[in-house]
Write a protein that binds this ligand. Structure first.
Ligand code: PHE
Length: 474
């Protein structure tokens, strides 16, 4: 089969695949989006619903997507087509792959913009810490001598400076393109094997720091004491979209990565590990961020500004805040990069397979196109701040360009594609092929198939419907 793997190699081991897939899953979604949403939606109740979605829907779908990729052996579109063909089904199912690749492409376009903000804060906090270091005070608090307004003002200054925002976003995209262009084994795998372990070490370090210097008890009760009055259909939709987004489901990445896995790998435990690791990181990120936020009496419901404004303010009155702030943004950068790579790899593999382009040309072509949309997202904070892409739709009436693409992909496209995956794998793909690929048997297979074929389609449809049409409940 002339798959994309041929154009870039495959994973050299199971560990390499796990690192790459966990790298794809762990990203801004875990450290920026998850704590933000938990903070906005009252903490515990959201966390509980989120974990429920991951266990019952997310993990079974991770297995479904990886097995589709491995069985199909090509890019996301080609793989689904191959499995449909082998199962005697209509090849139109490949539209499922197309929907995923489109979602991944759109997510990539705004993801790199947000990652550019992270780079901005690496530069600012790096300058701050190195300044302190050279002044002989490596354990200084962050942004010493600045007022709270000056610190939070950095975000507004960045948003008001489209040139700077675009420059940082371009730099991040360039690194992403470079790694994907280098191949699966020599680029993606190598990046994940270096960045993921470094990320974990830094994450654990900052969490321990937060536990000792911050208000860990309050963070624990905030994250694990559910207040069910905070739950609404909109929150459920948000939690489902977040579970899919965080696990890198329904956006072409896992399907594509699955095609590079060798036949010897036992997929079920591997999928479980990926889902568990991603969820553990999201929870740890909450336990890293909220103690620090509470320590200085700040608001956990700050929205997207949580890590860019609230945390820098917190670091400015904590011991060694300059150093920890710098480390914090570096660790987010590592996580974001291994995710943006997977977002670019999906459409790139398709361009390689469908048009016969060489990997570097394909990566550059896709990356540049997504970059252009990213430019529009960046301008949406200044010169195009009045633009409402889907302004006619009440749920998007007040969202800027970036938030509209984020919301549309997360709340609509991802659930839709996940629904199709569940129906395809649960009902249409050849049962024997599926069972063989999962490596499951007996009760475990029956349970997994029940979750994929019954629970996923029903739960996802219900959540999608009520999320989109909140008025249905009257
Ligand atoms: N899962 C990534 C994150 O949490 C984002 C992502 C979505 C990556 C879809 C690939 C595919 O940041």
């Amino acid at each position: 089969m002339a798959g994309a793997a041929a154009a870039g190699g495959g994973w050299s081991s199971r560990t390499a695949f796990i690192l790459a897939a966990v790298g794809a899953a762990v990203g801004l979604g875990n450290i920026w989006r998850f704590p933000t949403l938990a903070g906005e939606n009252g903490g515990g109740a959201f966390v509980l619903v989120y974990i429920g979605f991951v266990v019952l829907l997310g993990a079974p779908l991770v297995l479904s997507e990886i097995l589709l990729g491995r069985a199909g052996g090509e890019d996301a579109i080609g793989s689904v087509r191959n499995v449909a063909r082998a199962s005697g089904r209509s090849e139109r199912w490949r539209g499922l792959g197309a929907l995923q690749i489109t979602s991944g492409f759109l997510i990539l376009s705004f993801y790199c913009v947000v990652a550019g903000w992270v780079v901005n804060y690496i530069l600012a906090s790096g300058e701050d810490w190195f300044g302190a270091l050279f002044a002989g005070d490596p354990f200084a608090m962050a942004f010493d001598g600045e007022t709270q307004e000056q610190i939070t003002g950095r975000m507004g200054a960045l948003f008001g400076d489209p040139i700077r925002m675009i420059a940082l976003h371009s730099a991040f995209m360039a690194i992403t393109i470079w790694i994907v262009a280098s191949g699966v084994t020599d680029g993606i795998e190598k990046a994940a094997t270096w960045l993921m372990p470094a990320f974990f070490v830094l994450l654990v370090m900052v969490t321990i720091y937060g536990a000792f210097t911050g208000d860990f008890g309050r963070a624990l009760s905030f994250m694990f004491t559910p207040d069910f009055s905070k739950l609404s259909p909109g929150v459920l939709n948000e939690a489902l979209g977040q579970a899919l987004f965080s696990l890198s489901l329904a956006a072409g990445g896992l399907l594509t990565y699955g095609a590079y896995v060798s036949k010897e790998v036992n997929l079920a435990p591997t999928a479980a590990m990926i889902a568990a690791a991603d969820t553990a990181v999201a929870i740890l990120a909450g336990l890293m961020i909220f103690p620090i936020v509470f320590a200085v009496g700040l608001d956990p419901a700050a929205g997207p500004a949580l890590i860019f404004q609230t945390l820098p303010v917190a670091f400015s009155s904590m011991p060694a805040g300059a150093l920890v702030g710098f480390v914090f943004f570096v660790l987010i950068f590592f996580a974001a990069l291994t995710s943006s790579i997977s977002l670019l790899e999906g459409p790139t593999a398709w361009v390689i397979d469908a048009f016969g382009l060489k990997r570097p040309s394909a990566a550059i072509l896709v990356g540049l196109t997504a970059w252009l949309i990213g430019v529009a997202c960046a301008l949406g904070y200044s010169v195009w701040s009045d633009v409402r892409l889907l302004g006619f739709w009440d749920i998007f009436a007040n969202t800027d360009i970036l938030d509209t693409i984020d919301g549309f992909t997360g709340k609509i496209m991802l659930p839709l594609a996940a629904l199709l995956v569940a129906v395809f794998v649960g009902w249409r793909a050849d049962r024997q092929l599926v069972e063989r690929e999962t490596g499951l048997s007996g009760g475990a297979f029956v349970l997994w198939r029940f979750l994929v074929a019954w629970l996923c389609p029903i739960a996802v449809s219900v959540v999608l419907l009520f999320g989109l049409f909140p008025n249905l409940l009257g």
